[in-house]
Design a binder for this molecule. Structure first.
Ligand SMILES: Nc1ncnc2c1ncn2[C@@H]1O[C@H](COP(=O)(O)OP(=O)(O)OP(=O)(O)O)[C@@H](O)[C@H]1O
Ligand SMILES: [Mg+2]
Length: 339
């Protein structure tokens, strides 16, 4: 499913795309909406995998299920897993060290390890390890599922993550060039000196770099393909989250990541409050109408789905299943969608 590249055709409606990312400001309901969407798609007969990257295990809490590093079934047709970003970074560093161990001269190993340990704590290390894991999930699980839903971290971090494929391919491309140059020089030297030639095709570091580059390039192809990927922004009808979402949508477009929809969560349910309505609630409702109008105006190029504020926290498969966030019938028939 994920590997049928057909980017020449028109974009698909976002619920039909196999890879969905849910993002947005902290606490706006990303985890809840990603879980609702995953369960909704599973209920429509799509084999769905929900992937969370939140170390606080909130997906497990929301689904009321114990989740781990491997997919676990949580409902009919729906699996979920939690990826711990820090552990991914540690794992990645260990993998790099063991690759280097076989390639670097033993007397240099201590220094090389020190450099790798510095890389572990430098900015972007956790995100790039996480991205590496995302691409492996797409590769390994892509064929087993019709949909993969990623519940991502708050906006800033997500944006950095999504811009990584671009940065990474350039950076790795540079490293590969350097490695080839060093390899070619040492080969020349060895030819002159009469010792056996180094075999660049079997250079473990070069191979590792090239594999990584190819993986990031493929991930970038998936991420920017409007027939395969949609980024769904969750926002609430308040000033700052709207402003932040407008900025984020702009940034994603710059990286050619297709935005699929805007989910406006925590919308006060429509009521005819009448004369007896609590003045506080009436005022909130009025404020909200202003913000909803602003969302339609600035983000109305995408389907805008509204999700009502529930009277209690939506947790557990049953409660989540009652929230129709991706209902495609809703998409074309009701007021819930402002397009
Ligand atoms: N429509 C809703 N009605 C009532 N409560 C909601 C609704 N959506 C989410 N919540 C509640 O709001 C809180 C925050 O939701 P959630 O954890 O999904 O947000 P988040 O964006 O994933 O947060 P974080 O940025 O920390 O990951 C939770 O307690 C959740 O149960
Ligand atoms: Mg969350």
């Amino acid at each position: 499913m994920l590997n049928d590249a057909s980017s020449q055709q028109a974009p698909l409606p976002f619920p039909d795309r196999p890879v969905l990312f849910f993002g947005g400001k902290g606490g706006v309901g990303k985890t809840t909406m990603a879980a609702v969407a995953a369960l909704d798609m599973a209920a429509r007969g799509r084999r769905t995998l929900l992937v969370s990257t939140d170390p606080a295990h909130s997906t497990g809490d929301v689904l009321q299920a114990k989740l781990g590093d491997r997919p676990r079934q949580v409902a009919e047709g729906c699996w979920a897993m939690e990826v711990d970003p820090e552990r991914e970074a540690d794992r990645y560093i260990e993998a790099v060290k063991s690759r280097v161990e076989s390639a670097a001269p033993p007397r240099l190993l201590g220094e090389v390890y020190r450099q790798i340990d510095i890389a572990r704590v430098s900015p972007g290390a956790v995100e790039s390890a996480l991205f590496d894991r995302f691409t492996r999930i797409l590769e390994d699980e892509g064929d087993a599922y019709d949909r993969i839903v990623f519940d991502t971290a708050p906006t800033g971090q997500t944006l950095r993550l999504l811009s990584l494929p671009e940065l990474m391919t350039t950076w790795i491309g540079g490293l590969i060039k350097r490695r080839r140059k060093v390899g070619a020089l040492s080969q020349m030297w060895k030819n002159v000196a009469g010792s056996e030639a180094t075999d660049l095709d079997n250079d473990p570091l070069l191979r590792a770099l090239e594999e990584r580059r190819d993986r990031f390039q493929e991930a970038r192809r998936i991420l920017t393909d409007p027939r395969r990927t949609a980024f769904v922004f969750v926002v609430i009808p308040e000033r700052l989250p709207i402003w932040e979402t407008e900025k984020a949508v702009e940034a994603l477009s710059k990286h050619d990541v297709p935005v699929g929809a805007i989910v406006v969560n925590l919308v006060l349910p429509e009521r005819d409050g009448g004369a007896g309505e609590d003045p506080f609630l009436a005022a909130r409702r009025e404020r909200q109408a202003v913000y909803l109008a602003r969302i339609s105006q600035s983000l109305g190029d995408w389907p805008v789905l509204r999700v009502a504020l529930q009277d209690s926290d939506p947790v557990g498969v049953d409660a989540l299943g009652r929230i129709p966030v991706l209902d495609t019938a809703v998409l074309d028939t009701t007021e819930e969608v402002v397009r």
